[in-house]
Structures are given as structure tokens and as C-alpha cells.
Write a protein that binds this ligand. Sequence first.
Ligand SMILES: [Zn+2]
Length: 223
Amino acid sequence: MDWDGYRLVLDLGYATLPRLLGHWPDGAVDAVVITHEHPDHCVDLHGLFRMRFYGRPGGPRLPLYCPPGVLDRLGGLEPDVDLHAVFDLHPLPGSYRVGPFDLTGLSLPHFVPNAGIRIEADGIAVAYSGDTGPAPALAELGRGADLFIVEATDHDGETSRPTRNLMTSTEAGLWARRAGARRLMLTHFWPGNDRAAAVAAAQVEFEGTVLAAQEGLTLMLGT
Ligand SMILES: [Zn+2]
């Protein structure tokens, strides 16, 4: 996310770092926010760490907002170096001022601690569920958001599980409606899922614009 030149990156899953470097070749982000410790959300933080640690030794520390387990995972890959040499850690959930943004992380149900993220600037809000089961906090997280990015794993049998840690596209639409969001973007598609079918399922519950996350997609906010 780029706002008046301030660059905030939200989750760094598999192969996201090359795409980030395609936008910003020097990896010069101003802040990183990670929702939870699962590798599909944080594994490329390791590559960014190495760029900073070996490429810019002694450079300014990078603000990192995440649940504590994220740094534990990274520490497993880098047991012999001090991660704090690169990262200025701020634990989630919590609320912070991050450059031009007000950032809020709310706890949401998942297999591991997961922080849903809300970012606001100039009255425009973007919210992102991370991975989550259905939860009332989703309506708070995405309240009136210009863009509500919600996971729609559509895993077989999901709605009949005794404990819910993921959602369907239909549920994503339901929570976007309850939040009063303007636009919904579905993400976290299970391999092989039909993204057009996911959009159609969400549209049954949500009357606003429904988008499917796509690799390389760029969106303007507040337009
Ligand atoms: Zn997860």
C-alpha cells in the first residue's frame, strides 16, 4: 500500500517478495504488517530480512507489526542472528500510528493467533481479515471500509466443522454486508478454486462491488 509515498506491505506469503521488488526494486518499504505466523502469510519476510541484514547493515530498523509467533518462525530460519537488528517489533493485536495511517489489529479466530488489520488515512479505510473463522469482530474490523479484503478459502466441508478457523465466499459476503463495506475483495483461494464462482457466491450476500484478488492487481483507494 502506497500513500503519499509511504509504503506499507501487508502479509508476505509465497513469492510475494519478487512482486514487491517489481514495484520497489530496492525493497524500501516503510513498514510491514503480518497477520499471523502461517508460512503462506509470512515466509517471504525472510527474504526481506536478508536484503536488509546483508544489503543494508546498520540501516534504520524496519517497523514490523505482527503477533509474536511470526518472529518465532523467522527465528527458526535465522537462529544465529539478532532479528531485532532489522526489525522494530510492535505486537498485534493493538493500535498504532504508522506513518500516515492509523492501524488497528483485532484478534480473530484461526489455528494460531491471527490479527485482522484495519488501516485508515484521510477518512479512507482498508481492512483485511487475514485467515479467520466467522466472528462478530469482522463487522467491526471492516466497518464502512472502502475495501474489505476477506479470506474465502471455500475449503470442502468448512461450514460443518465444529471449530471454525476459515470461511467460505458466501460468509465473506455476509460479513462484508454486516460491516457496511463499500467493496469486498476475496482472497486466500484454495488451489484449484474457481474465483468467478467465489465472486458469484459472495454476491448473493453482498450488494457492493465484489472483486477476486489477482496476482499483480493494482487498486486505487477512495475512487
Ligand atoms: Zn493461516
